[in-house]
Design a protein around this ligand. Structure first.
Ligand SMILES: *Cc1c(COP(=O)(O)O)cnc(C)c1O
Length: 421
């Protein structure tokens, strides 16, 4: 593949102009949008509007501001729903992945008799596993006995067969990532959900690495609940408020962890001690929404509405394909292994490379203006985000990596991770 080939891909790219919507430093290639997405000008504006509402309206900003705070979580839920194939009332913007998991495990994990186990996997992000273990302990159960972690045979990917084989009448709930954070493997959500339901197992998915990167059909697939963060592919900013989905068949259910924001909105200010919870996913909120950490998402989701998640997925697949092809073509002589699944229907928005000097390679890349992402002990993740990475950027990133490897530039850095990796 030559420079003119990638330039042609950029000319044909319908999303090319969205790059200008983002604050992109022209001297860097940002390949870490799967950890923290970049700031868009629209997000900056919606955050400033919420500050302006506070300035102008004080307490009245809850109902009378330009972006009324009292309804913002519901509005964001509605705007998020097309990205995951949900109905507006099934989605709410609230909490973080981990707090939302606590909420939904408290709501949906009801061990009874022999049916008391939880299926997860051995590759998931630690926080999800910590939440499951603490919920088991709150029920007086033990992770060693009641948590089944489906193993990987290659350290990077999971097999749907192994997951399905772990299901039986002793399992109450299953929680898996849609896309694995390390290898970028996309699981077959529909197939897993169908199999779990045939065993009467409640199904939850963590969409951290798929929301904003690819489309979902959560309502149609019958997934019981889902959680996600918004600071990765959804570009809501550091600590941006997350979200959750509860399937319509469960709406009306009492929240496991209640608070005054679980209220039906017209009853909330009656200040009664008996909660009348909302009949929407809003019931799974707890306290006052974090408005200044929600407002940037208003601007960001407008971009997703306009660009369309199917277009975004189409370009993302082309970008990751282009990146893999260039790596195979130009870096074949080096000890770099692509460990993400290579088929389109099995990979998410990033590619994952293994190298014994992964940590020092990441430092060398940063020195050359490429922002990658390192995961201990030896994984380099590269996320060419469709909204603000071009095909030419991908080409240049591979040339920079080639130059580092050709000249052993990584040798001048220690092969250890920094504080944040
Ligand atoms: C990013 C990520 C998290 C982070 O959880 P927060 O509570 O939002 O900090 C959790 N789980 C997975 C799978 C992630 O990728």
């Amino acid at each position: 593949m030559k420079l003119e080939d990638v330039k042609r891909l950029d000319q044909q790219d319908k999303l090319h102009s969205y790059k200008e919507e983002f604050h992109c430093d022209s001297n860097t290639y940002y390949m870490d949008g799967n950890s923290l997405g970049l700031l868009s000008k629209r997000s900056e504006q919606t955050l400033l509007t919420s500050l302006e509402d506070w300035k102008q309206f004080g307490i009245e900003g809850w109902t009378d501001g330009k972006q009324p705070w009292y309804y913002m979580s519901e509005k964001l839920g509605e705007m998020t729903s097309p990205l995951i194939g949900a109905k507006p009332e099934e989605v709410i913007n609230t909490g973080s992945i981990t707090t939302n998991l606590h909420q939904l495990l408290a709501t949906f994990y009801k061990p009874s008799g022999k049916r008391n186990k939880i299926i997860a996997d051995a590759l998931n992000f630690p926080s999800d596993i910590y939440a499951i273990k603490s919920q088991l302990e709150l029920h007086g159960l033990h992770p060693t006995e009641h948590l089944i972690q489906v193993k990987s045979t290659d350290q990077y990917t999971l097999s749907e067969e192994d997951i399905i084989a772990a299901m039986d009448e002793e399992v109450a709930l299953l929680l898996l990532p849609s896309v694995l954070y390390r290898s970028g493997q996309l699981l077959d959500i529909e197939r897993i959900t169908k199999a779990a339901h045939s065993h009467n197992i409640v199904v939850g998915f963590d969409l951290a690495h798929s929301i904003g990167a690819l489309p979902h059909k959560l309502n149609e697939w019958g997934v019981d609940f889902a959680v996600w963060c918004t600071y990765k592919y959804l570009n809501s900013g550091p600590g941006g408020v997350g979200g959750l989905f509860v399937h319509e068949k469960h709406l009306g259910r009492k929240p496991g962890l209640a608070g005054w924001f679980s209220s039906s909105k017209d009853k909330q200010f009656d200040m009664e001690h008996d909660l009348t919870h909302a009949q929407t996913a809003g019931a799974f909120q707890i306290g006052t929404p974090h408005i200044l950490s929600s407002a940037p998402l208003l601007g960001s989701l407008e971009i997703f509405q306009e660009a369309g998640i199917n277009e975004i997925r189409k370009k993302s697949l082309q970008l990751t394909r282009c990146l893999m092809d260039l790596i195979s073509e130009k870096l074949a002589t080096y000890n770099l292994k692509i460990v993400n699944p290579t088929e389109d229907h099995r990979r998410g928005g990033h590619i994952s490379l293994v190298h014994p000097e992964a940590a020092s390679l990441c430092k060398a890349l940063k020195q050359q203006g490429v922002i990658p992402d390192f995961r201990a002990p030896n994984v380099i993740r590269l996320a060419p985000v469709a909204l603000y990475v071009s095909f030419e950027d991908v080409y240049n990133v591979v040339l920079i990596l080639k130059d580092i490897l050709d000249n052993d530039k990584q040798k001048s850095f220690s092969n250890e991770r920094g504080t944040i990796a």
